[in-house]
Design a protein around this ligand. Structure first.
Ligand code: ATR
Length: 291
């Protein structure tokens, strides 16, 4: 589609940014829906964040995504944030409303939609193991707790960070008996008690594709639902073992897709039909696999 003088500008700030799949998704949607908008990647170094946000405000863009390493720090340059972004402590989507910049977090919703659609299960009353305790783990732990998980166990290489996240969930979101552990027995017990297993670490990501964040062979069995937020490779070592053990195994492409869908809907004040979403997803999957 031709970009003319009325084009709405959207973008993403991060560093690095070259690997981002978001421009592909958002520009495809604008093209398909014949919406006069263009989505641009901006590499913004950490010490340029304040200038970048001031610049985007001055240029009156309609909104932008925020990715690593700016998701926390960006909050201080915005006019306000949603309750969920506050709970997660991170913003991935900013919308310009009458010159004010409002921050949201669509990662948790994106994850939840993908999880529900691809597994057919919900979190209500479930035990959940979350591997990792970084930004993605926090967004997912908050969402799982808000969705009524009965128990959340955080396993992380740095135990203090697991404890901090676990205490945070118990103190601020729900008393879903969240706790942290890391040694073999803690982990084994957690896998025996919990059905849903989510990897939020980068372990197993391309190019270290033979790595697995846990001792999957001894921990997994057919009752588990394993979700790995990694999408490159499409099947991590963790997911390969999960399949071998008869567990359900889902990768993170759906989370990436839906967080983008929710951002786009927010910027444009529209809601896509299920039919459109299916169309976008199959195109997105195909494009991402090709590059
Ligand atoms: P994100 O925002 O993607 O969650 P992050 O905040 O940097 O990224 O968090 C990365 C998570 O992956 C952390 O839990 C990290 O463990 P530490 O808290 O011990 O650093 C985990 N992680 C990264 N590389 C890892 C590795 N090689 N082995 C185990 N855990 C790893």
């Amino acid at each position: 589609m031709l970009i003319n003088g009325n084009a709405k500008i959207i973008g993403i700030i991060g560093d690095p940014i070259e690997h981002s799949k978001s421009p592909i998704l958002h520009n495809y949607i604008s093209d398909y829906k014949k919406i006069n908008a263009v989505y641009v990647p901006f590499r913004v170094a950490p010490d340029s964040l304040a200038d970048a946000v001031r610049g985007l405000r001055g240029l009156n863009v309609i909104g932008f995504n925020v990715t690593v390493p700016h998701k926390n720090k960006v909050i201080e340059y915005l006019d306000g944030i949603s309750e969920e972004a506050g709970l997660i402590g991170a913003v991935n989507t900013v919308k310009n409303i009458n010159g004010k910049l409002w921050g949201y977090n669509t990662d948790g919703d994106g994850f939840l939609r993908s999880f529900k659609e691809e597994t057919g299960h919900s979190f209500s009353g479930q035990g959940v193991v979350i591997i990792g305790a970084g930004g993605a783990a926090r967004a997912i732990a908050v969402k799982a707790a808000l969705e009524g998980a009965d128990k959340i166990v955080i396993l992380n290489r740095t135990v203090d960070k697991a404890k901090e996240l676990s205490d945070y969930i118990n103190d601020n979101v729900s008393n879903c008996s969240s706790f942290a552990g890391i040694d073999y027995n803690d982990s084994k017990n957690a896998f025996m008690d919990c059905r849903i297993i989510i990897n939020t670490t980068s372990v197993g990501m391309h190019p270290s594709i033979d790595k697995c964040p846990i001792e999957a062979n001894s921990f997994l069995d057919g009752k588990h639902i394993v979700y790995d937020i990694i999408y490159n490779p499409a099947k991590t070592e963790l997911l390969k073992v999960a399949e071998k053990k008869g567990s359900m195994a889902i990768n993170g492409l759906g989370m990436l897709f839906y967080q983008g869908i929710y951002a786009y809907e927010k910027w444009m004040d529209i809601e896509f039909s299920q039919n459109e979403i299916e169309q976008f997803y199959s195109k997105f999957k195909k494009t991402v696999m090709e590059i």
